[in-house]
Write a protein that binds this ligand. Structure first.
Ligand SMILES: Cc1cc2nc3c(=O)[nH]c(=O)nc-3n(C[C@H](O)[C@H](O)[C@H](O)COP(=O)(O)OP(=O)(O)OC[C@H]3O[C@@H](n4cnc5c(N)ncnc54)[C@H](O)[C@@H]3O)c2cc1C
Length: 439
């Protein structure tokens, strides 16, 4: 380590910030990592732990047949702290990588606190420091003062949309005589039985849809326009799009045979465990902005949930992100001020894993800049490179946040089936990330 090398400042110790800090230290550079919690809270975080997962405990698919699985494998190749922590705190969830959120966050907090090159400071940053290299990783719930600073630095109004989070219920209060275990695509390797399923009859399904449509909701403020991100759309908004929408979405019964009747129910609400002790269950895909008493009344009509206790109600939150295609280079530095980098959800990627992945490449590129080296953008064939391409290539109107998906990767030419194409994409991505030498 070069004592004279100034530390890199990171603002925000969420999923992106901790990854950036971890990568910086691999270059032998010191990092000062600012985190405003617990002194200043956000609308969604509940603890003072680093890299807190604020909603679902799932980091999505771990399968290489899925774009999210490819992303995780690439991150593993780059020495991701988030993937390491996820593996140390994994809970059963079929093919998904789901974690015990407390163990996950504790693991990361301890690693960061135990790293001699990282100076963790529990303070809110309201101004972006003028000197040195700075990484802004303050996430979708960036504090107001810093929002104003970023707004003026980027000469832009904030863009925003709404995410909604699903309720969590107490496992002991579920009536198991009415539910059954099973995964939608039961195969031997799928973690058969990881979900608890609540079967709904036709009448129960339409009553639920009506309740969701007519139930009292938390109002959207007049100056705010409701723009929902597709994969986090509240269930009641889905219902407004059509009475069958839920049956083809989160309440899809396909592949779930109720052992008591030997039949596939009309609709199924799935519950997924939140922790290793299986004391909490998440209502899968049931993000909502219904008012709390309404949630209690409506969801208790679902078979098996009649007496359920809610540990956390569903809710809605505002999300903020910058217009990255206009503002950022592919190494995630600001075009107008190259010593300032952005990482995480604030860049317009969407999701825990995507946010963490940008933290890794941002940490690498900020370190390279500190050492006077040229940037090392992730190869285009990789999922990380594809995400960076999406957020940094100008010319998009109405820039919207994006999860990793197969549509972002470079095309595979030639006529062949979807599975085969995806196999080639996965193989190409992994070969490229292995050949990538940023250190
Ligand atoms: C309510 C909610 C639910 C979500 N649900 C999901 C989900 O289920 N699945 C999913 O994949 N993604 C979800 N997301 C999206 C996203 O993946 C997460 O927000 C993710 O944590 C983003 O990572 P990040 O590192 O960019 O930000 P964060 O993890 O939020 O980290 C940013 C950190 O910066 C700190 N901070 C903010 N301002 C300052 C400041 N001025 N000074 C110092 N520190 C500051 C915050 O306290 C926080 O710890 C959700 C987002 C929200 C807000």
């Amino acid at each position: 380590m070069d004592e004279k090398q100034p530390p890199i400042i990171i603002i925000g110790a969420g999923l992106a910030g901790v990854e950036a800090a971890n990568q910086i230290t691999k270059f032998g550079i010191r990092a000062v990592l600012y985190e405003m919690r617990p002194r200043r809270k956000t609308a969604a975080h509940k603890t003072s732990g680093l890299a807190e997962l604020v909603c679902s405990n799932s980091l999505k698919s771990a399968s290489m047949e899925n774009a999210s699985g490819i992303l995780k494998e690439e991150m593993r190749c780059l020495g991701s702290l988030v993937i390491e922590a996820a593996e140390a705190s994994r809970v059963p969830a079929g093919k998904a990588l789901a974690v015990d959120r407390e163990i996950f966050s504790d693991y990361i907090t301890q690693k960061i606190q135990g790293n001699g090159l990282i100076d963790l400071r529990r303070e809110e940053v309201t101004k972006i420091p003028e000197d040195g290299i700075v990484i802004v990783a303050t996430g979708p719930l960036t504090s107001d003062a810093l929002c104003a600073e970023i707004s003026s630095l980027t000469e832009s109004e904030y863009l925003y949309f709404y995410d909604a989070i699903s309720p969590i219920i107490d496992a002991d209060t579920i009536d198991r005589s009415k539910t059954f275990r099973g995964s939608r695509y039961d195969r031997e390797d799928s973690g058969d039985g990881d979900y608890l399923n609540c079967p709904l009859s036709q009448d129960q399904y339409y009553e639920l849809v009506d309740d969701l449509i007519h139930g009292e909701k938390v109002e959207t403020k007049e100056f705010e326009k409701a723009i929902y991100f597709q994969s986090c759309m509240p269930v009641e908004v889905m219902c407004e799009r059509g009475r069958e929408t839920l049956r083809f979405g989160p309440l899809k019964p396909v592949g779930l045979v109720d052992p008591r009747t030997g039949k596939i129910p009309f609709a199924v609400l799935q519950l997924r465990t939140e922790n290793t002790e299986e004391t909490m269950y998440n209502m899968v895909g049931f993000q909502t902005k219904l008012k709390y008493p309404q949630q209690r009344a409506v969801f208790r009509k679902v078979p098996g949930l009649e007496r359920v206790e809610f540990l956390r109600y569903g809710s809605v939150h505002r999300n903020t992100y910058i217009d990255s295609p206009r503002l950022l280079e592919k190494d995630l530095s600001l075009k107008s001020r190259p010593s300032v980098f952005f990482a995480g959800q604030i860049t317009g990627v969407e999701g825990y894993v995507e946010s963490a992945a940008t933290g890794i490449v941002c940490g690498i590129n900020a370190s390279r800049k500190a050492l006077g080296l040229v940037p090392a953008p992730a190869p285009r064939e990789t999922s990380i490179g594809s995400l960076l391409e999406y957020i940094s290539v100008p010319g998009k109107t109405g820039f919207q946040p994006m999860n990793i998906n197969f549509g972002l990767f470079p095309k595979v030419e030639g006529r062949m089936g979807k599975e085969k194409k995806r196999g080639i994409i996965a193989q190409r991505a992994i070969e490229s990330i292995r050949a990538y030498e940023p250190f």
